[in-house]
Write a protein that binds this ligand. Structure first.
Ligand code: NAP
Length: 492
């Protein structure tokens, strides 16, 4: 008996929004699977996302470069354990070039509206043109929208003022008095980057931070040659970092020895600050790791330099020549760098997304961003997210998370290619159950031990994945429950 001829897999039309790290990862994973009809919309004129936008002095990634890279694009010649930002941006540029992803990118084109209907997504761009696709994948990043503080008089400042993610390189800093406002990972890196270059650095601290001292040696030529000759070595090192960060994640999600160990290392680091008054001022009033842990082997050394100062009084207002704190003191400065963070809950915004039955993203997220398994949303069929709500982003390699999420999404795209369904979306019940499961796991995590941070949603509950990144990987590679598959194009 002759077998019926097998249908060739369908070739889906896919739009990815964003050519940053996760958008490139998704495009690569789709291409590797033989999918070719891919458009990547990128509103800027180059790739790299956060690594394109952030160029401040001292910028590096506090996740080791041999772990903050794609497994499918290992780079043997990273310069440092924690390589500088420009090198990371160049890495993503070369991934786009070397894997022939650039031809899919429409630079300078923002998706302003996307609406689902009759089994497809119809996108409208900032140029007014439209495109119809079978799958819409958002890779718009988490920390994308700078948060500007409302400080009275800031607009009247006579010198330069800019946000860390909009660094103005036309402003000379050598010999200048620079105020750095904010003590998150960014503020700490800027202080380390400017100390010794600027005439004086004044760090305005509202809350102190715990800092884990991690040295950042450069790689030798011999080490790079070894990595080039023996690619398996890089893969081994990647896996050992994965295990190390899994250990750290264990400390984040439940109390115990690991948490105490990391806390003790942070406290020992703080003791390297010799002046007791400065040490006290740099001592946080919450548990280590409650906020995103800062990795820096240089911060306390920088803070003890004579040309670096710490201001712990709150900022009252800004005048034409400096910052006045609530004790009435004027701190004269030439430049104000705002390391005041990002709106971490503005996922996808300002894009206007309309799912089934006219349900908008604002309606779906009226109580805050939510997602099923970190990647999908009820009422938004054939729509997926990378770095979406509840992703395990605290102190972990986001490239590893992007690969996990991209593989999960590819799983659905592959099933669509085989004709198993026309549309797929998680059910509301499954998404609610997943959220309940996450919330009930939250109390053991360090993020709930009493501090403010960008991790917290507007109800004060952390919006992060409350288990290990390993559990995220296992769950996303095995769990396809809770999804509703429809075989006809539109839903009733
Ligand atoms: P952040 O952690 O949100 O820190 C913002 C800082 O600005 C806080 O210290 C905050 O004080 C302060 N601030 C805000 N408004 C202020 C005001 N009106 N007056 C005085 N201080 C004010 O932001 P971030 O440092 O940009 O870091 C955000 C995230 O980006 C990090 O947690 C990390 O995930 C990522 N990041 C990663 C790296 C890396 O190497 N991988 C590097 C940089 C950033 P309060 O704490 O008192 O609110």
């Amino acid at each position: 008996m002759t077998q019926p001829a097998q249908q060739p897999p369908r070739n889906p039309r896919i739009a990815i929004i964003g050519a940053g790290m996760s958008g490139l990862c998704m495009a690569f994973v789709l291409r590797r699977a033989g999918i070719t009809d891919i458009t990547i919309y990128e509103k800027a004129d180059s790739v790299g996302g956060t690594w394109r936008d952030n160029t401040y002095p001292g910028l590096s990634c506090d996740v080791p470069s041999r772990f903050y890279q794609f497994t499918f694009a290992p780079k043997p010649d990273w310069s440092h354990v924690f390589s500088p930002g420009a090198e990371i941006r160049d890495y993503f540029t070369s991934v786009a070039r070397d894997h022939d992803l650039e031809k899919h990118i429409r630079f300078g084109t923002e998706v302003v509206h996307a609406e689902f209907g009759q089994g497809h997504w119809r996108l409208r761009t900032s140029h007014g043109d439209t495109q119809e696709v079978d799958f819409l994948i958002s890779a718009t990043g988490i920390l994308h929208h700078p948060r500007y503080p409302t400080i009275q008089g800031l607009d009247d400042f006579g010198g330069a003022v800019f946000h860390s993610a909009r660094w103005d390189h036309s402003v000379p800093l050598r010999g200048k008095r620079v105020a750095v406002v904010g003590t998150g990972s960014t503020g700490v890196q800027i202080v380390c980057g400017l100390a010794g270059t600027a005439g004086r650095v004044e760090l305005f601290q509202r809350s102190a931070q715990w800092v884990l001292p991690v040295p950042n040696p450069s790689y030798t030529r011999f080490g790079k040659t070894l990595h080039r000759r023996f690619p398996k070595l890089g893969a081994r090192i990647y896996e050992s970092y994965r295990a190390g960060f899994q250990f750290l994640a264990g400390a984040l999600i439940k109390p115990g020895k690991r948490r105490r160990l990391i806390g003790a290392l942070c406290r020992a680091n703080l003791r390297t600050v010799r002046d007791p008054k400065l040490r006290e001022a740099l001592t946080p009033d919450y548990q280590p790791m409650c906020r995103r842990l800062i990795f820096s082997g240089r911060f306390y050394r920088a803070m003890q330099r004579p040309d670096v100062g710490l201001v712990t009084e709150n900022i009252d207002h800004v005048t034409s020549n400096g910052i006045v704190t609530t004790d009435g003191r004027l701190h004269e400065v030439d430049v104000i760098a705002l390391a005041t963070g990002f709106d971490a809950h503005a996922f996808l915004r300002p894009m206007n997304l309309v799912g089934e039955n006219g349900r908008t993203i604002d309606e779906a997220w009226s109580d805050g961003p939510r997602a099923h398994l970190t990647v999908a949303l009820p009422d938004f069929p054939n729509f997926f997210m990378l770095m979406g709500p509840h992703s395990p982003v605290g102190n972990y390699s986001l490239t590893a998370i992007a690969e996990t999420q991209a593989d999960h999404i590819l799983g659905w795209v592959d099933r669509w290619r085989r004709g198993e369904f026309a549309t797929v979306a998680p059910t509301r019940q499954a998404t609610d159950a997943f959220n309940t499961e996450m919330r009930s796991a939250m109390p053991g995590t360090v993020w709930t031990t009493g501090c403010t941070s960008w991790y917290l949603g507007k109800d004060g509950v952390p919006e992060l994945w409350p288990w290990t990144p390993g559990a995220h990987r296992t769950r996303l590679s095995t769990d396809t429950s809770g999804y509703d598959l429809r075989v006809t194009a539109d839903r009733p």
